[in-house]
Design a protein around this ligand. Structure first.
Ligand code: CO8
Length: 270
């Protein structure tokens, strides 16, 4: 792959978007490579969590840019039909990422603009470095967000804030992204990847089928009316009782063996 690295370390896969000459902007080739990497991840049952991040820029700065958008050079000459097709290409890949069976943590290490903000919003959990900048600058380029930004931003931060950001092409810094709920946490740059790996390890240590079922229940339930959403949960909850993890997990609790007791660890922000 030319613009993407996939490293698998035990149960954790790290996907790094890497186009140093263009601040990791997403061109068609990169979208195709992400799609191929998702196929590989899906076929590997050992992977329990994925981290998505951006590689260094051409000067080697690892915290300059996560993804500075879709590739403006590639988009500049598109026709109406080609624009729609390019939007669909991005949307299909991002939707695949969003519905990947295992959780995806996005570690945003710098600019997350346009398509960069949009791919981050397709992940389950976003954390960022203190210098991260988020925004949907498309209206300044004469286009709408095209990889799901009009839909996911409003769902994540609320309609009013999303409209303010999108209509005004207003970029926001990490602290504001944290305040409005676009990211779960902000870290000093050097602590970002260790934090992402720690979070991925915590997730990977839990019962994998149950974690996958939780992701599906939350995602599918959000698209449904509450009466249907709770049925989605009931079915997935029920399916857990066919797993070894449920028998072992509950058995351990009932054995009252202190070594096997579930550990309730308070969540630590930093
Ligand atoms: N596309 C292509 N190349 C890019 C992009 C991009 N999005 N962003 C940066 N680059 C390139 C620059 O052209 C430059 O190349 P070169 O060194 O050859 O001149 C290199 O990366 C470094 O960039 P800068 O010199 O501009 O770096 P600065 O530190 O001065 O500025 C910025 C950094 C502020 C991030 C600036 O590069 C910038 O504004 N980039 C564009 C950001 C943007 O507008 N992104 C949104 C794009 S639109 C989009 O994502 C829509 C998604 C949906 C599409 C659906 C289509 C139908």
């Amino acid at each position: 792959m030319n613009n993407l690295q996939l490293e698998i370390d035990g149960a954790i896969a790290v996907l790094t978007i890497s186009r140093p000459a263009a601040l990791n902007a997403l061109n068609s080739e990169t979208l195709e490579e992400i799609d191929a990497a998702l196929t590989e991840i899906e076929s590997n049952a050992d992977i329990r969590a994925v981290i998505l991040t951006g590689g260094p820029d051409k000067k080697g700065d690892a915290f300059k840019s996560f993804v500075a958008g879709a590739d403006i050079g590639e988009m500049s000459t598109l026709t109406k039909e080609e624009g729609e097709a390019f939007g669909k290409k991005g949307n299909d890949v991002f939707r695949r990422l969003e519905t990947l069976p295992v959780p995806v943590i996005c570690a945003i290490n710098g600019f997350a603009l346009g398509g960069g903000c949009e791919i981050a919003m397709s992940c389950d959990i976003r954390i960022c470095s203190e210098n991260a900048i988020f925004g949907q600058p498309e209206v300044g380029l004469g286009i709408t967000p095209g990889f799901g930004g009009t839909q996911r931003l409003a769902r994540i931060v609320g309609v009013g804030k999303a409209k303010e950001m999108i209509y005004g092409a207003r970029n926001i810094k990490a602290d504001e992204a944290y305040r409005i709920g676009l990211v779960n946490n902000v870290y000093p740059a050097e602590e970002l990847m260790p934090a992402a790996k720690k979070l991925a390890s915590i997730i990977a240590a839990n019962a994998p089928i149950a974690v996958r079922a939780c992701k599906k229940a939350i995602n599918d339930g959000l698209d449904a009316a509450m009466d249907d959403a709770i049925v989605i949960e009931e079915k997935l909850f029920g399916s857990c009782f066919e797993t070894e993890d449920q028998k072992a997990g509950m058995g351990n609790f009932l054995e009252k063996d202190p070594e096997k007791k579930l550990k309730v660890v308070p969540f630590q922000n930093k």
